[in-house]
Structure formats: C-alpha cells, structure tokens
Write a protein that binds this ligand. Structure first.
Ligand SMILES: [Zn+2]
Length: 483
C-alpha cells in the first residue's frame, strides 16, 4: 500500500502542518523582546505585544511557502514581510495629515492583502506601534552572577541604578566595548567633557579610577574603566558586538522615565548630538544594530516622540579612502523636535503611522510564525496577529480521521491547503472520496462552533467585524473588540 502523503513528510520542519495555509512572515524577521529572529524563538521566549508589554511564546511554526508576500512600510518605519493572509492591526485613515483632526476610528485586524497605502490627501491605512508600558522598578543590579569564582576578588556586589549609570550605558552602546582590562570607550581627543564625565561616574559610582590613553598617531582617545566584572556584564546588558547592541530591558521598561532619558542622552552624545543641548532640536544617529534602532523607536515612543528610522547604507563593499571595505547594513534614526507638523498620531497607548508602501514580492522558502499568550507580536514595531491555537485539537483529530480513511480507500491524495474562510475551517485535498468529503464537511461544521483563539465551544459562534469573519467565544470576542 502507498504511504499516506496527507501530512507533508518533511522531518526537518516541526509543526509544519498546523501552520499550513496560515499567515506567516520571513524566518529572519527580528522579534523585539527576545531580540532574535522569529525562526529561532522557542516556547517560553518573550516577545513584545500589542499592550507594550511582554507576551510569551506558546508555540513556534516553520513551513515551506511558495507564493506572494507583501512588504509593508510605514512612514519612518522599517519594512516587514507577511503572507497576504496575515492579520495586521491597522486603522483606516480618513483624516487629513498634518492637521489636528481627531481620529474617529478604532484599530482593527485587517488581512495584509486588504491594506491600502495612505498618501497625504488620500485615504488609506495606518499601522499601530504600541507605547511601552514600564514595569521594572529595581534600584540596583546584582553583580554576583557575573563573578567568575564564588570567592571572587574584592569587586562590588551590585551597581546602584542612577541617571549617571544609565547615561554611561547609553554611551557604552554608542562607543563602548569590552576589553581585557575592563570596558573601554573610544572617543575623540577633543571630547574631553565626555571623558571627564566617564572618569567622574567611574570613580564616584563604580569605585574605579579610570585610565585614558591618547593615541600618539591619531585623534583617538581611549578611556578605560578597569573592571573585569563590568567587561562581562556590560555585553550581557547592552549586547555583544556592534550588531547586537541594545537598550538593557531594565532601562527600557523601568518605571523611572529619567533613566531612559539619561540612557538616550548618553547614546546620542556618543554619536555626536544631543537633544538636551540648547538649540539642538534635530538629531540623526547611525548604527549597525537593527535591535537598537527598533528599540530606540519604541523608547522615543514611550516618551511621546515619534522617531523616524530607516535603512541606511546597504551592506556590501564600499570604497573608503581608497580602500575596499565590507560594510554591514546600517540603520539610521532621525528625531526632529522642532517639526511642528507630523503625520504620526500619538495616543496614550500607541502611535498611528501611515502605510506608505505595499510591495508584492515573489517568495519561495521557509516562512515562520508563532503563537503567543496575548495573540500578538511586533514586526518592525507594527502590531500583527499571532497564529491561533483554538482549532488545533480539531485539526489534529480531522487529520487523524482523514489518514484512517485514506488508508482504507487506498487513495493517493494530499492536503493542498488548510485555512480559515468566513470564520470557519476549510480543508482542500487533491482528490476526495465521498467518505473523505464527509469527514471534511463535518470538521468544517464543527469549526463554526469552536472559538479559534481559545477552543471554547459553549458560547463560540461566527462573528463579523469590518467584513472579516471569525468564530469566537463571548470572552475572546470581548477581549478582541468583536461584536
Ligand atoms: Zn475564546
């Protein structure tokens, strides 16, 4: 007898069936929270979601996909890619940009393929960036876990968090690196004010006298805080290597907003500009860390400021001073506080940013998705929906029944597509017998009485909102604003 091909037999792909026909993104999409690519997330990883808080990953999905993807770019946002069926949180704009018009519409879930570009005087859709909800209130950071031996030398056991320490971490993210002696900051010889502040903080708050080395052949000066324990913990908090530099979570989410402001100030000073200096209202900073640039947009959002981010110089070979140098992809952030008119609408909970570009892209390869505790996560800071779990037992059972029947009928068939249509499950096979059609119909009918988010079946029914159907229970309908 032929082997059943019902479940696409690809042993390298875990859970490929469940994500079959479901919404997905590209596997290297960076997920803020765990700060790694979506395909590398594991159960229990934490990701930032719709409420500006962390959600946990319940399940991960990777599958093969051949077809169209949509690349969506909001103004001042990095682009992200999704399959056309992927639900994206968006508001249909009907206001005129740069005006004080109030937004009278609510953000709802839209399939990516239904979104329309918004241009200045034309209606279209806007993406939603959540504003971070601070929830960390620690006053000191424990250094003991970073000790090499429990006996340890006479190093400090903790660092007391302060504006100065957060400022130093910001500067470290811009200009710092670990060394054998401790942590070092590469500055220009003329940046004496920065150097003196490092020396001051190091002496008074870290109990380490600094050393400074002025290069005899260039304009560079290196200031070192001689602490081996700091050379181990700074890379953990602020990211290892330039492309992983980041804002420590205990600063990004700290209830003391002043810590975040100090960090940003230190970071921007390292890149040569300051928002706190008199008369400076605009600032552009560059980084090779995508994590950092996405976090900075969220950090400024927390402060009620929309920071533009964009892809800067592309990776590849470039000629610099007659030398061919391989350069990493750059990202830029631009903050303009003197701009009185802005297209970004900022509310208490989110920033509403018009979609400027939707591009169709042919794609063939692995795609990924996750299921999270709050049913959402962020792609390039825009809120998108996760992969739902409510129907999983139903689909598992249906596949089992189908496989039995396929064996019985000695049929050579495979599942072409499993998807949701008008709020119910749809299963398409390459060929069917009457018995198989009966099974499919039965489970499609069941699906209209089972909540696709949580699996509840007492109050679940088909519901409609903005021409989009979903089968939801009373509780999930209320939580997700479906009537
Ligand atoms: Zn439910």
């Amino acid at each position: 007898m032929r082997k059943s091909k019902l479940i696409k037999p690809d042993p390298t792909l875990k859970n490929n069936l469940m994500a079959f026909g479901y919404e997905c993104t590209i596997p290297n999409a960076l997920i803020i929270g765990e700060n790694i690519e979506i395909s590398k997330l594991k159960r229990g990883s934490s990701v930032l979601g719709i409420n500006g808080n962390n959600e946990n990953v319940i399940e991960t999905f990777n599958r093969k996909y051949d077809g169209e993807m949509l690349e969506i770019t909001g103004e001042g946002m990095l682009p992200f890619m999704v399959t056309p069926e992927h639900p994206v949180l968006a508001i249909e704009n009907n206001w005129i940009e740069h005006s004080g018009t109030n937004i009278n519409k609510k953000a709802v879930w839209n399939l990516a393929k239904d979104l329309i570009e918004k241009h200045h005087h034309k209606n279209g859709y806007s993406l939603i960036i959540p504003r971070i909800k601070p929830h960390v209130s620690i006053s000191e950071i424990d250094l003991i876990p970073f000790r090499k031996s429990p006996k340890g030398v006479m190093s400090a056991e903790k660092i007391i968090l302060s504006d100065n320490i957060c400022w130093l971490m910001g500067l470290y993210v811009a200009e710092g690196s670990p060394s054998k002696q401790g942590i070092q900051f590469s500055l220009h010889k003329k940046e004496t004010a920065l150097r003196d502040r490092i020396i001051d903080i190091s002496l008074n708050e870290l109990n380490h006298p600094c050393s400074t080395f002025n290069s005899p052949i260039s304009n560079g000066a290196i200031t070192t805080i001689p602490s081996k324990i700091l050379s181990r913990c700074f890379p953990v908090w602020c990211g290892k290597g330039a492309i992983n530099k980041k804002i420590p979570e205990f600063i990004l989410f700290h209830t003391n907003e002043s810590f975040l402001r100090s960090f940003i100030d230190g970071y921007l000073l390292g890149d040569g500009c300051s928002l706190t200096n008199k008369g400076t209202n605009q600032c552009v900073a560059n980084t090779v860390s995508k994590i950092l640039v996405l976090q900075l947009q969220l950090a400024f959002g927390r402060l009620g400021i929309f920071a533009h981010i964009y892809n800067g110089k592309k990776s590849g070979y470039q000629i610099f001073k007659n030398r061919l140098i391989n350069i990493h992809q750059q990202y830029s952030i631009n903050i303009n506080l003197s701009a009185k008119r802005t297209f970004a609408k900022i509310t208490d909970d989110s920033m509403i940013i018009p979609i400027r570009k939707i591009k169709k892209v042919k794609y063939s390869g692995i795609v990924s998705n996750i299921e999270t505790t709050g049913n959402t996560y962020l792609l390039s800071n825009a809120v998108v929906h996760n992969c739902d779990k409510g129907w999983r037992p139903l689909i598992d059972e249906c596949i089992e029944k189908l496989e039995e029947q396929v064996k019985k009928d000695k049929l050579d068939t495979e599942i072409l597509q499993i998807k949701e249509k008008f709020g119910t499950l749809r299963i398409y096979l390459s060929s069917e017998t009457d018995e198989i059609s009966n099974i499919v119909e039965r489970y499609e009918l069941f699906s209209s009485h089972i909540c696709e988010l949580c699996g509840e079946f007492w109050t679940a029914k088909e519901r409609v909102s903005h021409a989009w159907w979903k089968t939801l229970c009373d509780k999930c309908a209320k939580e997700h604003d479906w009537v």
